[in-house]
Design a protein around this ligand. Structure first.
Ligand code: MN
Length: 324
């Protein structure tokens, strides 16, 4: 028997077999749509992992240096089969959608939009609150609920203290703090702040996978460094998570949930189950909204946005393959 504990490389090698192993996902820089093309750091999905629980998309952005009045200007665009979760560290975003919502979020507040069968929305950062700094996450809806009628929720969690840690639970339940927004699978999402030098051992659900989306700081998760802008992921089977801030204050999002256990297809802003479904949704968006053809009402209309909706990109020639 060799002692692998003294060799951190071994811990990485047994990822997937050892429940304490941590996967480190590097961000990809992606320009967001719109004329000024805010760049986002996308840590999910990627080839080697596309889901953490039902969380299927993680985009982090900012803090933006720009003094432009509209750092984020995302024209009306559709979603299906998912929920969007918007969380800010700084700034303010104006949200408009086709169920009639006009809402603003500021730091410490969550906007959760359940797209279900279909919705469209616009997101514009406002000039009075700069810089812009935050995260946009998506949750895939399970098959039995993915065609629900769309709706919008806003929630402001009360911060909870746990040792040196401060948590803001914006989805699901943790440490007795329960978000009132709707989940369709068992999920958790929370902002975690730790002062420099502090550590926390968080009680978590054994059936959940978890991810730590590090915004600021140089923490360790289960003893493994997770640098800023990375997503550290641990699988199911843990009842506690060890997080140490290191020499800088830590600010991160903790996301988790029971594995979705379904194969999904994600393309552009749609989550579906196969290529033909995605192709039909794209066709419907183009016909109804972009070209103003026959109107089935799937995507409704967004009032009050100054500009045209986003046309869908061309579908790739290769058939879209489901993500496990
Ligand atoms: Mn969107």
């Amino acid at each position: 028997m060799s002692n692998v504990e003294r060799d951190p490389a071994e811990v990485v090698c047994v990822a997937g077999e050892n429940p304490a192993a941590v996967e480190i996902l590097e961000p990809r820089e992606v320009p967001l749509g719109g004329p000024r093309a805010l760049k986002v750091r996308r840590t999910l999905p990627q080839r080697k992992r596309s889901l953490v629980g039902a969380w299927c998309f993680v985009d982090s952005y900012g803090p933006t240096p720009s003094l432009a009045p509209r750092t984020m200007d995302t024209p009306p665009h559709p979603h299906t089969g998912l929920q969007t979760v918007s969380w800010l560290y700084a700034g303010r975003i104006e949200h408009r959608d086709s169920v009639g919502t006009l809402a603003h979020i500021t730091p410490g507040q969550v906007n959760l939009m359940t797209a279900g069968a279909g919705i469209q929305h616009s997101e514009v950062s406002t000039a009075d609150a700069r810089p812009l700094h935050g995260v946009q996450l998506w949750v895939a809806l399970p098959d039995e609920h993915r065609h629900v009628a769309p709706f919008f929720e806003h929630y402001v969690p009360e911060p909870v203290r746990f040792g040196d840690a401060t948590l803001r639970v914006f989805v699901g339940e943790l440490l007795g703090s329960k978000a009132t927004v709707t989940g369709f699978t068992r999920l958790v999402g929370a902002q975690l702040d730790l002062p420099a030098g502090a550590s926390v051992r968080l009680p978590i659900e054994r059936e959940f996978e978890h991810g730590l989306v590090v915004d600021a700081g140089a923490p360790t998760l289960q003893g493994v460094p997770v640098p800023a802008a990375r997503l550290g992921v641990v699988g199911t089977g843990l009842s506690e998570l060890d997080i140490e801030a290191g020499t800088e204050p830590l600010r991160a999002l903790l996301i988790g949930g029971e594995p979705l256990g379904e194969r999904i297809v994600m393309w552009w802003n749609f989550v579906g189950r196969d290529h033909d479904e995605i192709a039909a949704l794209r066709e419907q968006w183009q016909a109804e909204v972009i070209h103003g053809g026959t109107h089935s009402g799937r995507f409704g209309r967004v009032d009050g946005y100054d500009g045209e909706p986003l046309p869908a990109p061309t579908l790739p020639n290769v058939r879209l393959r489901p993500r496990d």
